[in-house]
Design a protein around this ligand. Structure first.
Ligand SMILES: Nc1nc(=O)c2c([nH]1)NC[C@@H]1CN(c3ccc(C(=O)N[C@@H](CCC(=O)O)C(=O)O)cc3)C=[N+]21
Ligand SMILES: [Mg+2]
Length: 295
């Protein structure tokens, strides 16, 4: 068997076009384009690349790029104040604090300064709680990108055995919650899991977000399974994932490549979240206006 490849670039291009259409509609309605504030602290080279790509995608979708850069030695209070200003600014639809932050900063406290309605990364305790309770909110971009890929390739989730490897706040935990909300039977594995390969082999859908290069190979994959590789590592031989691609391709039914799989979807879903946030803010503004008129 040779797995069919999931074309994340193609799906991401479709999502980005949908977002661009939605942005044009919003601009026609109230003359204001959504604005995305990416906040980058310091100069981690990988973060520079991601933020640059996010800003480009934002402009390409017709949104306003409101980038903020702070020095690597910025204090907790300085960043707190910057996020506070963006939170108050009606021109800012979404705020994204790029992670990881320099070691002297407390990321949780800063993330929770972002109002839930502008939290386009879906990382605040508020949005994580809404997701855990199965209520509407902004979802983390990588997990929602994975869900969209699975939908586009018509991978059944209801009742399916899904194994997620990795329990990070950015990917693994929200991924498990999102799949649970889609009625999958979800197993969440991590670095302390006993016999990871045996757990993973049970999966009809295997989502790998461990951050360990080449962690998963043929010994861990059920024949015909759908394998989603969220890992991304810069090596001498180019970008690699958490999955050993060539050997896994011989066992899996559907497989994401790295690059060109999940990565482009993360950015596409960020744009989709920013549009969603702008629509909610527009609705709230209109409700306020009409209540002032009638009241
Ligand atoms: N607050 C926050 N939100 C994030 O969403 C976030 C973050 N911090 N920190 C780092 C991770 C990583 N991440 C990626 C985004 C795009 C690609 C992407 O576009 N990948 C391309 C390749 C791009 C390249 O050449 O490096 C691909 O896989 O095809 C990958 C990874 C977002 N992250
Ligand atoms: Mg882990």
């Amino acid at each position: 068997m040779t797995a069919e490849l999931i074309d994340g670039k193609a799906v991401a291009a479709r999502v980005r076009q949908e977002v661009a259409d939605g942005v044009a509609e919003l601009v026609a309605q109230d003359g204001q384009a959504p604005g995305l504030a990416t906040v980058l602290v310091g100069e981690d080279p990988a973060s520079e690349v991601y933020v640059r790509n996010k800003r480009r995608a934002c402009v390409a979708a017709g949104m306003v790029d409101l980038h903020r850069r702070l020095p690597g030695d910025a204090s907790q209070q300085q960043i707190d104040e910057e996020i506070g200003r963006l939170a108050e600014d009606p021109g800012v639809s979404g705020i994204l604090l790029q992670l990881p932050l320099p070691g002297h900063l407390d990321p949780d406290a800063l993330i929770d300064r972002i109002p839930a309605g502008k939290d386009v990364d879906g990382l605040t305790a508020g949005n994580a709680g809404l997701l855990a309770q199965g209520r509407d909110g902004l979802r983390p971009c990588t997990p929602s990108g994975v869900a969209r890929l699975l939908d586009e390739y018509a991978v059944p989730l209801a009742g399916a055995k899904v194994v997620v490897v990795g329990r990070s706040v950015l990917v693994g935990r929200p991924m498990a919650q999102l799949l649970l909300a889609r009625d999958a039977t979800v197993t969440l594995c991590h670095s302390r899991t006993k016999d990871l390969a045996a757990e993973a082999r049970e999966a009809e859908v295997l989502v790998v977000a461990a951050g360990v290069p080449g962690l998963i190979g043929r010994e861990s994959v059920r024949p015909g399974a759908t394998v989603i590789d969220v890992g991304i590592h810069r090596t001498e031989n180019g970008l690699r994932g958490d999955v050993r691609f060539a050997e896994t391709r011989g066992v899996a039914g559907l497989l994401t490549p790295v690059p060109g799989g999940v990565g482009p979807m993360t950015i596409a879903m960020l744009l989709a979240n920013t549009l969603q946030a702008a629509r909610w803010q527009q609705n709230r503004t209109n409700e306020l206006r009409s209540s002032q008129c009638s009241g």
